[in-house]
Ligand binder design. Structure first.
Ligand SMILES: Cc1cc2nc3c(=O)[nH]c(=O)nc-3n(C[C@H](O)[C@H](O)[C@H](O)COP(=O)(O)OP(=O)(O)OC[C@H]3O[C@@H](n4cnc5c(N)ncnc54)[C@H](O)[C@@H]3O)c2cc1C
Length: 437
């Protein structure tokens, strides 16, 4: 079997690259050992955000029912079934898109045989170019009794709400899972080695911690886990009971077998690539979470796939991750973009002074912009409803290196939440007229 391109891994990166390459006329073999869609569709973004939506609506409807004196009962089994249907739909839609584009899917574990050949069982797939898109697996904490715990990937696929849960971790995945299951009725303890979400500004962190507290999540920060038992976690700050113990402490890159033999360079964070996603071995590329990039995000995997597909069909693009946004799917939602290290001054605007937010009845939220010495927007943080969409505008502003002036003198729709962005910029010039001084 001989192809122009062999792609190993059918997650976001491999799936997107395969479709784009096949549509651009390349013969493509995509090798996947598990399910098309990878982590995002099967264990990550899709089930997690689905459960987020459910838990959000559930808690809102309970709130409204209480307020109106109504009795509200929700059949949770239906939600889990619906989650699985969406995953199934997206995974098989991905498969169809690849095949419709003319790509071929080969099922099995791929091993690099050489820079131009991949072994899948007894089959050898030859290709002019090989793309490594093998993603990551959950990192297992090195602690006694870890076999008593499940990973974050498994936690998004539970088919019931445990009465109690301990989540180990202080990053995005851990906090999201803690709040989701607490809202669905579990009694949740979140145990973190450091401060949770320590990369956020104090303001955003405070709002999020208050919200977790409101949802009944017990947050134990700066605790060292000593041992995981079947139904409890022993730490230096006490022992915490949970019917289910979840670890969400990071990811490890899936370096395909044969990489050492072929001489691919990688470190503990993943495969080393340049800004054209070329590995050190000519003709072998790496894209998505498997590369040694700190941020492991599906939209970066998509971006890598597009840049690579263009370059392998005559283009000359380079990846630029400036201003890439990240969303924390909590309530309130938090979205950040840019680099806090570069910030010399912050300007903010609260949602409680934004007309659209007031009409919607939003109680909390804000937009903060971080500016460098020259007044360039280098960081943005949005807390509250619509954060996942608003951050996109800020992200573009950071990527294009625009000055706060340019955003301040832009008219965005009235009334809309996006006006909070221009009003944060206007605060720099003391023109944020709607906010109380
Ligand atoms: C709980 C959770 C929530 C998340 N939420 C978000 C979110 O809201 N937004 C966001 O942007 N990102 C989110 N992510 C991250 C997102 O899932 C990843 O960034 C994305 O899946 C990366 O895609 P990928 O293709 O690089 O890797 P993966 O999705 O890991 O896909 C790699 C694929 O390669 C296959 N594979 C590996 N080795 C081999 C081999 N040797 N042979 C054949 N096949 C192989 C694997 O089976 C897998 O299907 C979340 C992750 C988790 C765990």
């Amino acid at each position: 079997m001989k192809y122009d391109v062999a792609v190993i891994g059918g997650g976001t990166a491999g799936y997107a690259a395969s479709i784009a390459l096949a549509r651009r006329g390349k013969s493509v073999a995509l090798i996947e050992r598990n399910r098309i869609g990878g982590v995002c569709v099967n264990y990550g973004c899709v089930p997690a955000i689905f459960l987020y939506d459910v838990s959000f609506l559930y808690s809102r409807s309970v709130e409204i029912a209480n307020y109106k004196g109504l009795y509200n009962e929700i059949e949770l089994d239906n939600f889990f079934q619906k989650r699985d249907e969406i995953i199934e739909y997206l995974s098989s839609a991905g498969r169809k898109l690849i095949e419709n584009a003319g790509g071929e899917i080969i099922e099995g574990e791929a091993e690099l045989a050489s820079r131009n050949a991949v072994k899948v069982g007894s089959t050898v797939v030859e290709a002019d170019k090989v793309v490594l898109a093998t993603g990551t697996s959950p990192k297992r904490p090195n602690v006694e009794g870890v076999e008593n715990a499940i990973s974050e990937d498994e936690a998004t696929r539970l088919n019931y709400v445990p009465a109690s849960m301990v989540v180990i971790g202080g990053g995005v995945g851990a906090v999201e899972l803690a709040q989701i299951y607490a809202r669905l009725g579990s009694s949740v303890t979140l145990v973190s080695r450091s401060k949770v979400l320590k990369f956020l500004t104090d303001n955003a962190r405070r709002i999020l911690l208050e919200s977790l507290d409101f949802d009944g999540v017990k947050v134990v920060e700066e605790a060292s886990v000593k041992r995981i038992n079947c139904c409890s976690v022993q730490t230096d700050k006490g022992t915490f009971e949970g019917d289910v113990i979840v670890y969400a402490v990071g990811r490890v890159s899936n370096i395909p077998k044969g990489s050492d033999h072929v001489g691919i360079k990688y470190d503990e964070n993943g495969i080393l690539v340049n800004d054209k996603l070329e590995t050190n071995v000519p003709g072998v590329y790496a894209i998505g979470d498997v590369i040694n990039r700190q941020a492991k995000l599906a939209h970066l995997a998509y971006l890598d796939a597009m840049v690579l597909a263009v370059n392998l069909t005559g283009g000359n693009e380079r990846v630029d991750y400036t201003g890439v946004p990240m969303v924390i799917y909590t309530d309130p939602m938090v979205a950040v973009a840019g680099d806090r290290q570069k910030v010399k001054r912050y300007v903010s605007f609260p949602f409680n002074a934004n007309t659209r937010a007031i009409i919607k009845g939003l109680r909390e939220g804000f937009v903060t912009l971080g500016l460098d010495d020259s007044g360039k927007i280098v960081y943005a943080e949005v807390v509250g409803d619509g954060a996942e969409e608003l951050i996109g505008i800020a992200s573009l502003a950071i990527r294009k290196g625009i000055q706060v002036r340019e955003l301040a003198f832009t008219a965005l729709p009235h009334p809309s939440l996006s006006e909070a962005l221009v009003n944060a910029a206007r605060a720099y010039f003391d023109l944020d007229v709607d906010s109380l001084k």
